[in-house]
Design a protein around this ligand. Structure first.
Ligand code: ITT
Length: 211
């Protein structure tokens, strides 16, 4: 049986870009949210082999530490021509200084090495696995993706991470050129565009009151 989110919810991320998006997605549902940073929570080691298990690790750690339901996202960019890299290691490719310009340049270098110069050879998708964990170990888990191509040079200064390099299918602007509301692509603009918004729509169906 699915469980509804009631009362206070911990947003178990230390990534400011994600936190802003997760807050925006929750806002219309009237959920009282408090972030891991505000609560001074540590970051658990992400030892899972896939997005889903890493999201669960983060949500469970925060739920256990706070005795509140906790909401985590594990996400990343999966590049076809790089055999799925960086995938679950997307944050690590930016190094300890979280330099995503360097991480994007690294992807571009590898694409050039493999001769991936035309859009059809530069296919990629973002994945978001969302998990809500309760202190009694109940879990709700959803996952979604958005497909697109990688452009070079990066375009736009909105968003975070790999956004400036990612052109979602059917659009002429990268995520880095979109305001977050357009990146979410939720009603009345659409039915969900980004991986995170699409996953959130699934989560809202099972865990949240309608907007
Ligand atoms: P938390 O674990 O604290 O949530 P993190 O940044 O370490 O933060 P992940 O392990 O899930 O999170 O790493 C995902 C990385 O993938 C993230 O750092 C971004 O660089 C990238 N990413 C995920 N979603 C993205 C998005 O919507 N736009 C751009 N880049 C994204």
């Amino acid at each position: 049986m699915h469980r509804r989110i009631t009362g206070k919810l911990v947003i178990a991320t230390h990534n400011p870009g994600k936190l802003a998006e997760m807050r925006e997605l929750l806002a219309p549902h009237g959920v009282e949210a408090v972030s891991a940073g505000e609560l001074g929570l540590g970051e658990p080691e992400e030892t899972g082999n896939d997005f889903r298990s890493n999201a669960a690790i983060k949500a469970i750690a925060a739920a256990q530490a706070t005795r509140l339901p906790a909401f985590a996202d594990d996400s990343g960019i999966v590049v076809d021509a790089l055999d799925g890299a960086p995938g679950i290691y997307s944050a690590r490719w930016a190094g300890p200084t979280k330099d995503f310009n360097a991480a994007m340049a690294q992807i571009e270098r590898l694409l050039q090495e493999r001769g991936a110069t035309t859009p059809d050879k530069r296919r990629a998708h973002f994945v978001s696995a969302l998990c809500v964990a309760w202190p009694d170990h109940h879990l709700e888990e959803v996952e979604a993706r958005v497909d697109g191509t990688l452009v070079w040079p990066p375009r736009g200064t909105a968003g975070f991470g790999y956004d400036p390099m990612f052109l979602p299918d059917g659009h002429s602007r990268t995520f880095g050129e979109m305001e977050s509301i357009e990146k979410h692509g939720l009603p009345p603009l659409g039915l969900g565009l980004s991986h995170r918004a699409r996953a959130f729509v699934k989560l809202a169906e099972i865990c949240l009151e309608p907007r």
